[in-house]
Design a binder for this molecule. Sequence first.
Ligand SMILES: C[S@@+](CC[C@H](N)C(=O)[O-])C[C@H]1O[C@@H](n2cnc3c(N)ncnc32)[C@H](O)[C@@H]1O
Length: 200
Amino acid sequence: MNSNQKDHSSFNVKLKLREHFLEKLNEPKVLDLFCGTGGMYKHLYKNYEYKGIDIDKIHDEDKCLKMDNKQFISENDVSGYNYFDLDAYGCPYELMYLLAEKELPNEFTLIVTDGSPLNLKRNSKLKNFKIISSIERIPKERKIPHLYYFYEDIFLNFISKFCEKSNTEPTEILRSNNKGINVYYWGIHFKRKRRGLSGT
Ligand SMILES: C[S@@+](CC[C@H](N)C(=O)[O-])C[C@H]1O[C@@H](n2cnc3c(N)ncnc32)[C@H](O)[C@@H]1O
């Protein structure tokens, strides 16, 4: 299947995952960071407070901005949003790391489409996880045999780094994948960690 063909079973999985996490929030305020032509918006987000960002195509000039999402996150206060949709074609790890550095609400959801399993299947290198190789200080050109089989562990390890950085903890993690098992769909609900007696 090429990127122009629709995988309807995946589309339904993506809708269900998002619906589940929308229902967890009293008042979802959606930041749709890869909004495109608004597939998710039309099905799910149109009745909520919403902003869409896309570098190439947007679906509503009043509600969306055409710009790079990393630039948007770097330059804007995002603490008013509690539902972040990262429906990337590739691997949105750098964007997630940027988010972790921002002020975030006490409770929020991240929805992530991650195409990195496909890259891992092809070359077993951390090359496509630049941010992870730098956090873990593993040379990105190093080939690690069968790395693909550890994809979920790599992702979850990254989430634990996200939590450390943002002082949050996950309260629910759901995942699914496409038919070829090379794209994963994650939904993660986070809560701010309560400060311990030591103030940490
Ligand atoms: C899988 S599509 C999104 C589909 C969309 N969520 C929907 O429901 O219709 C991925 C989108 O990411 C956008 N994109 C890729 N890199 C981006 C970047 N750096 N900043 C913002 N948008 C980007 C592309 O233009 C494309 O529209």
